[in-house]
Structures are given as C-alpha cells and as structure tokens.
Design a protein around this ligand. Structure first.
Ligand SMILES: [Fe+2]
Ligand SMILES: [Fe+2]
Length: 293
C-alpha cells in the first residue's frame, strides 16, 4: 500500500561535506557525508541537515563560505550509525543553538558496530554523541523504524526490510553484539529520505548499506510512483566485485532512474563503469555541489 504524502514545489540539495572538493575549491573535503536539504512546499518550508560528517568543524567552515546560517536548520536526519555520518552531530546541534531540534534516526543507531580486521575498530556512533550528550546539545531523538512524513512531499524510507537477491549480503562486513556474542551486522539502521516532486521522486541516501536497488524499490513501492528523477548519495560499491557493480547499475537503469549523483563510498572502481554505462545520467558528487529540482 502506498503512502499519500503530498508533493514539494521545489527542492535544493547542497553537498556540505564529501570526500572530494574538486580542483581549486575553497571548501574543505573529508571522508564522510553531510547534505543540506531545502524543501519548499505550498504550506511549509524546511531546512533539513542530512548526516553530519565526521566532525562539525569542516561543515561549519564550509557553511560560512556558502553563506548558510546553521540556526536556520529545522531538522537533523541520520542515515546510519557510522562515525563519518554522525560524528559532527553534537557540534552541529550546538551551532544550531536551539532547543528540541528533532534528530531522526532508526532505533538501532546506538548499537555497537565494529570490525576486527585488521584490528578491532569501533565504527558506530562515537562516545561524544551518546543520548545524554545529544539532548544536552539541544537535540530531541525520534527513533523510528517506520517511514515518517516530515512535511508535504518529504518522507523517510524507514527500515529497508525487503532486500533484492543481489543485495542480501551487504558490501561491508561488520559485526554487532547479539546476546553477548559478536555476529554479522545487517545494517538495519540504514535509512534514506524520499522527496516527491510533481514529476517524480528524488531518493537521498548516506552509504546505501541496505543496497541502493532495494532502497529505490522501497521508495517506489511506498509512494506508488515509478518515476525516479534522481538518486543521490554514497552507493558503497568500493568493496564490491565488478560483477556486482555492473548488476547494480543495470538494475538502476532498469528502474528508469533518470540521474545518478554518486560519491563518497561509491568507490574508484565504480566511477568509470558509471560513466560508461550512464553517460550524462551520472554525475560525481563533490563538496559544494548543488542539485535543484
Ligand atoms: Fe560513509
Ligand atoms: Fe557507512
């Protein structure tokens, strides 16, 4: 069953932080993601911060150059637990300087997530961004695993429960703790945002650990809209074998995704394949890039 959630009249997405800043840029780059979403509907207008990079310093530095005032941010959305998407959370909340700023994420975002290869390393939400610190910095947590409507034309995907065969196994093998034992982590917390415009959908993802094809399919099913204007985000194909990269791109083209804006963890192996297969339908993300719909 699809969800009726209205449509936006315009959408602008700015890359506040990404792994590259392009040649001769004044902006800082960093391994991580943070996007600023300006969503304009007939009844409301919201500024949404999608992920917060590894630290707030670089994001705030870039925002000053881009002349964006942090205190104008209304909502923060966290796509998943990784330090390069959540590390700047408390710093950004302090810069926003308001009380009870909604911080939306999946309930599993605070779980332990780690690797033991080549050595033990913690990868999830760091100790500086625990629940008490987030609330102290002005955030109010809304931990939901179901889709959430934020305004007309803006919906979160909720947990991606149906994963296509190609994406049943995540491209990144990490561990979590279940009943005192280390077990494979399935990225239950990996959620994305969907924007509905009169012409179709835009899907914004962090690292697409749940699988970009599964994410797009869930968005199409949820909204009952098959036109996908764009997907934007990291596709986490950097650890995927070439066959999986090819099949992923083929599936996106079969879903009629008109534009693929990919960066961050998409990976150097995937970019030339995307260029060859998608031509002008692919653009690389970089810090400072803007996309308007
Ligand atoms: Fe990432
Ligand atoms: Fe990630």
């Amino acid at each position: 069953m699809s969800v009726e959630f209205g449509a936006l009249s315009s959408l602008k997405i700015t890359v506040l932080i990404e792994d590259s800043a392009g040649f001769d840029s004044k902006l800082l780059a960093q391994h991580g993601i943070s996007f600023l979403v300006e969503a304009v509907g007939d009844e409301s207008h919201k500024l949404i911060l999608f992920d917060t990079g590894q630290n707030s310093f670089s994001i705030l530095y870039n925002m000053e150059i881009l002349k964006i005032n942090p205190s104008d941010i209304d909502i923060i959305f966290l796509s998943h637990c990784h330090y390069d998407h959540t590390g700047g959370l408390c710093g950004m909340l302090e810069a926003i300087g308001k009380r009870r700023v909604p911080v939306i994420a999946h309930p599993a975002i605070f779980r332990h997530q780690f690797t033991v290869e080549p050595t033990f390393k913690f990868i999830g939400m760091g100790p500086d961004n625990n629940r008490a610190a987030i609330e102290h910095a002005g955030g109010e947590l809304f931990l939901v695993d179901k889709p959430l409507r934020l305004m007309e034309g803006v919906l979160t995907t909720g947990e991606i429960k149906e994963r296509v065969d190609l994406e049943k196994k995540p491209t990144l093998e990490l561990l979590t703790m279940t009943e005192g034992k280390a077990s494979a982590d399935y990225f239950r917390d990996d959620t994305s945002m969907i924007f509905r415009l009169p012409e179709g959908l835009v899907v914004l993802a962090g690292c697409s650990h749940a699988g970009i094809v599964s994410i797009v399919k869930q968005a199409v099913k949820l909204c009952g809209v098959s036109e996908v204007l764009a997907i934007i985000g990291g596709l986490h194909l950097l650890t995927a074998v070439e066959e999986r990269i090819e099949k992923t791109i083929q599936s996106l083209l079969e879903l009629n995704v008109r534009m693929i804006y990919a960066g961050h963890c998409t990976g150097q192996k995937a970019y030339p394949i995307l260029m060859n297969r998608c031509g002008k339908r692919f653009e690389k993300l970089y810090t400072g890039k803007t996309m308007t719909f």
